[in-house]
Design a protein around this ligand. Structure first.
Ligand code: HEM
Length: 445
């Protein structure tokens, strides 16, 4: 048997696919090989946990914690309930409400198109994704799409970037004095907490008024409250509030920015855009009557989503911590080691993908001249992998397909502008976002 390497013996930064970095006095491990990473991500919750930085900073800000930051048995318990609420059958029942939210986005963009106004793309898409999640997960129609400026979505937008800033800052300055941004953040956290309190109170009222709901809760929030009320459930109102916030935070930026990247890439590749327009205008021309079957039968749109997430995964890293001594490849990894998983390396490299930097959605089609092998497809992991894989992926894809189909069915894209006229820059603000996209549309006659 060959002897194991120690982390200290690994090459320094950029010794792909496995190298060490030193932060302060600790050695940390960076892994970019998707197969090794997959093994680690599958070994959860026993072998690895999420790195605790994010949840510690979130808790210090006064944010209630949910599935994303739970570990061990507590995670298992919450995961089961969340998965049940996001199961395809449940999402299917929600399709009419999602159509309503999609039509509101259309209603927001029509006057902008007529008046030739620039559309702040990401902000509008985040209103769309927040409304979509609130409807599905909490049964609340918050309608930020038709509201004015002071909407919950604008408060939420401050939270994730603030968590990332604090995670990365060398000194915890906010503990010693509060800057203007810290005070603004505190205000946002208290508005968010009050709003979540309202969602929970409304759901409790519905459960009180309609006793049959306790047997058949209609959404995640009702199901979590019913579960929390069971004696010995291990869940309480803090878990309920924590999961409301988790769904809002985990489902908003991710889906909106993936859509924004897709719109940007389509604009950069006109031949791909024309092909997608043709598919949508032929198979899904009328957003008012969209069905799940119709959305499931748009193969090129599916391919565009996969290709966007291959090139522009909004979660390009994952931070893990070893819960016991283990071995990764040929490297001995002691308990407590911080591990950084790089999810975007194999997905943009030969030999997994030919012409890896090009946006070529057709490669994902089953009838492509050289269809991707199952192994190559696994090199892209935009939703993570293993037992903690994203529970919102089915909803996210459906939301993206509906918004994208509506956009292409009803409008022509005149421009997708960036601040400097060049392809959009990437900014890591917890999720990886395109910087400053604005959209100009023309209504189709
Ligand atoms: C394009 C959109 C999305 C992307 C790219 C995305 C990506 C991810 C990734 C990479 C993870 C970590 C997975 C892992 O550790 O293996 C994750 C976890 C999670 N996502 Fe998503 N996500 C998206 C949309 C959503 C939506 C719409 C929701 C909910 C409504 C959601 C809820 C969650 C939750 C709760 C977790 C934590 C799961 C756990 O720890 O068990 N996500 N997501």
């Amino acid at each position: 048997m060959t002897s194991l390497r120690q982390i200290k013996d690994l090459p320094g930064p950029r010794g792909w696919p496995l190298f060490r970095i030193r932060l302060g006095r600790t050695l940390q491990l960076v892994i970019a090989d998707h197969e090794l990473l997959n093994t680690l991500m599958r070994d959860r919750p026993e072998g690895f946990r999420r790195s605790p930085f994010t949840s510690q900073i979130g808790a210090e800000m006064g944010l209630p914690q949910g599935l994303f930051s739970a570990e061990g048995e507590d995670w298992r318990n919450q995961r089961r309930r969340v998965m049940a609420s996001f199961a395809p059958g449940h999402v299917r029942a929600y399709v009419p409400s999602l159509v309503k939210v999609t039509l509101r986005l259309q209603g927001r963009w029509r006057p902008a198109a007529r008046e030739r106004r620039e559309i702040p793309l990401q902000a509008d898409l985040m209103r769309f994704t927040v409304d979509a999640i609130a409807g599905l997960a909490f049964g609340t129609d918050i309608n930020t799409l038709e509201a004015g400026e002071d909407v919950i979505q604008q408060r939420l937008d401050k939270v994730l970037p603030a968590i990332l800033r604090r995670v990365l800052s060398l000194l915890p300055t906010w503990r010693w004095f509060k800057s203007q941004a810290d005070r603004e953040l505190e205000r946002s956290v208290s508005v968010i907490s009050a709003t979540i309190g309202d969602f929970v109170a409304q759901a409790r009222q519905r459960l009180h008024d309609e006793s049959s709901l306790r047997e058949q809760p209609r959404n995640l929030l009702e199901a979590m409250i019913v579960a929390a009320d069971e004696p010995g459930s291990g869940l309480d109102d803090k878990h309920v509030a924590g999961n409301v916030l988790t769904m809002l935070l985990a489902g908003e930026d991710t889906t909106a920015n993936t859509l924004a990247w897709m719109i940007h890439l389509l604009h950069l590749y006109p031949a791909v855009l024309r092909r997608l327009q043709h598919e949508v205008r032929t198979l899904a021309p009328d957003p008012a009557v969209y069905t799940l079957e119709q959305m499931d039968a748009l193969p090129f749109l599916d391919a565009c989503a996969s290709e966007t997430m291959r090139l522009k995964p909004v979660a390009p890293f994952i931070a893990l911590k070893a819960l016991r001594d283990t071995v990764v490849g040929d490297v001995s990894v002691p308990q407590g080691t911080q591990v950084w998983g790089v999810l975007r390396r194999d997905s943009v490299s030969e030999p997994h993908f030919s012409r890896p930097a090009a946006f070529e959605p057709q490669r994902w089609l089953d009838d492509a001249p050289q269809p991707l092998s199952a192994a190559a497809k696994r090199a892209a992991m935009p939703f993570g992998s293993g037992p903690r894989m994203c529970p919102g992926r089915y909803l996210a894809l459906l939301e993206m397909k509906m918004a994208m189909a509506m956009l292409l069915a009803d409008f022509d894209i005149e421009a997708v502008d960036t601040p400097d006229g060049r392809p959009a820059q990437e900014r890591m603000a917890f999720t990886m976002n395109p910087v400053g996209l604005s959209l100009r549309l023309r209504e189709r006659s």
